[in-house]
Design a protein around this ligand. Structure first.
Ligand SMILES: Cc1ncc(COP(=O)(O)O)c(C=O)c1O
Length: 232
């Protein structure tokens, strides 16, 4: 949309630099965008921290909080929809059925915000942006929340198991709150990513930074752990 992105580096602990984000806002800023948990590291931001950010951002700047991985987050981090949207008309929260609900192929998600902001988005939306099949699937997913919770629970249990194994192998890990883990491989990222792929384990390398590994089924996670141990 011809906007000029202004990235703000993460803090030393790999969380957001709240004051740095606030300081980067100028009179040209239209949108401040962040994800909690963030991708690809997976750290979440508490609503207390997000509130501290929102209090520093001018009312005319939209703050978009992307909660694509919400269902995997420890509830202790808070709920931006319940806690921030009512107090800040410029805050909009986006969520998706692509992750916990497994409906990525149907392209369905939603945003929650002030009616005026939502009405403005509606003016530019393509008609039928979310097709009838996707809507039916999303409603079914909402009706069967127990099934989704069970699937999420299984992923969280596997995430914990993978973390224990990685920590035992000497990895320093962030506080993962998504359905993936982060290996801070730095300069070794490309080499390790390629070697994993050669052995049939497909991960997501971010050159010079690290590798994101999505939690899979137990046997897939075992295969990843064994292959990684073999390489590193
Ligand atoms: C932080 C974050 N937001 C949004 C998305 C995409 O969601 P959707 O499939 O609804 O476009 C992803 C997917 O990788 C993501 O990591």
């Amino acid at each position: 949309m011809n906007g000029v992105p202004v990235p703000v580096p993460l803090a030393a602990d790999l969380g957001f630099d709240i004051d740095g984000l606030a300081a980067a806002v100028t009179d040209r800023t239209k949108l401040l965008f962040l994800a909690t948990p963030n991708n690809p590291i997976g750290m979440a931001t508490t609503t207390t921290e997000l509130r501290r950010l929102c209090e520093q951002v001018p009312a005319g700047v939209i703050v978009c909080i992307d909660e694509a991985y919400r269902e995997f987050v420890d509830p202790g981090f808070g709920d931006p929809v319940a806690e921030l949207v009512p107090d800040f008309p410029n805050v909009i929260v986006t969520r998706t059925f692509s992750k916990a609900h497994g409906l990525a192929g149907l392209r369905v998600g939603y945003a929650i915000g002030h009616p005026e902001v939502v009405a403005t988005i509606d003016k530019t939306l393509l008609p039928f942006a979310v097709n009838a099949l996707a809507q039916t699937a999303a409603l079914a997913a909402l009706e069967h929340d127990d099934v989704i919770r069970e699937a999420v629970g299984a992923i969280l249990a596997e995430r914990a198991r993978v973390e224990v194994e990685l920590a035992a192998a000497g990895w320093t890990l962030p506080n993962h709150q998504g359905n993936f883990v982060w290996l801070a491989l730095g300069e070794r990222t490309d080499e390790v990513g390629l070697e994993l792929e050669r052995r049939g384990v497909v991960v997501r390398p971010f050159s010079g930074e690290g590798i994101r590994v999505t939690i899979g089924a137990p046997d897939e996670n075992d295969r990843f752990l064994a292959t990684l141990a073999d390489i590193v």
